[in-house]
Design a binder for this molecule. Structure first.
Ligand code: IPD
Ligand code: CA
Length: 281
């Protein structure tokens, strides 16, 4: 059977590379930082420029496809996943890193059809690592196959997570109590590079056993979902149920056992869903 979506995936890789070059160049220059939902939710001209570049190119080459992008949603576009082929894009994942020159910044492009993710491309542009995965065809970093860790013991694992950008004390308390529970299991360590997409690629690469976060958005994780699954990993909601891309919560792990051990320790919160964002902002 011909691979219907290979053309779109090839285009996504080429767009990610072009976008990554723009991001790399912009890191060297002064940038104008603007705020979104709060003083710690940052956006720059580069985020907007890269999203525009990807959006315009997708609309030209695949005019019937739908598009969900972080900056388009911020500008008021809806964030609804339909059955139509849909590009789910974070032009700059790790904007805070980007602003500070902390060297983990990614362009993340996921692609779903009938609400099922078909491929993912994450370009970690400072490291020059191109992570790719097509459903059923494996996951790769710069062309080398990826495989999750085979560790079965949580107390011999490294877990990645992030603090996110919600500074409400009730939310921060839950983030810390979850982290405290996990740290004291005990685990070997807790890490986080400041980009959800790259954290997921680290799970796929086998150097951390799992990544979890509450407060992420669909564009932060869509591409990473396919990359983790194709490297042999699993996805789960923080409550132990199936992953819901719009729920803003994720556990990505090397296996179900590790994912479940993490979900048991999480003091869950329920951020406003991505698909309610435009109506309840
Ligand atoms: C953020 C990063 C960060 C995570 C946040 C995300 P952005 O994305 O992935 O690691 O903690 O939850 O929103 O804003 O840099 O695209
Ligand atoms: Ca972003």
């Amino acid at each position: 059977m011909p691979d219907l979506w290979q053309d779109a995936m090839d285009h996504a890789v080429s767009l990610a590379r072009t976008a990554g070059t723009l991001v790399r160049e912009a890191v060297q220059n002064d940038m104008k930082v603007m705020l979104k939902s709060s003083s710690v939710d940052l956006v720059t001209k580069t985020d907007q420029k890269v999203e525009k570049l990807i959006l315009e190119s997708v609309k030209e080459k695949f005019p019937t496809h739908s598009f969900i992008g972080e900056e388009s949603v911020a500008a008021g576009e809806p964030c609804k996943l339909s059955d139509s082929p849909t590009w789910i894009v974070d032009p700059v994942d790790g904007t805070t890193n980007f602003v500070h020159g902390y060297p983990f910044v990614a362009v993340s492009i996921g692609f779903a059809v009938n609400k099922k993710l078909e491929f993912g491309v994450v370009y970690s542009c400072i490291e020059d690592k191109m992570y790719t995965a097509r459903r059923g065809k494996g996951a790769f970093c710069n062309g080398q196959p990826l495989q999750v860790s085979d560790q079965k013991e949580i107390n011999q694992s490294i877990i990645a997570t992030e603090f996110g950008s919600d500074r409400h004390v009730e939310v921060v308390d839950k983030i810390f109590s979850s982290m405290r529970n996990i740290l004291c299991l005990p685990v070997h360590g807790i890490r986080g590079v400041g980009s959800a997409a790259i954290n997921m690629c680290l799970v796929a690469s086998g150097c951390v056993e799992a990544y979890y976060e509450m407060g992420i958005h669909c564009w932060d994780i869509a591409a990473g979902v396919v990359i983790v699954e194709e490297a042999g990993g699993v996805l789960m909601d923080v409550d132990g149920g199936p992953l819901d891309l719009m729920s803003r919560r994720v556990i990505a792990a090397n296996n179900k056992m590790i994912a479940e051990r993490i979900s048991e320790q999480i003091d869950a919160c329920a951020p406003l869903r991505d698909d309610r964002h435009s109506v309840e902002k």
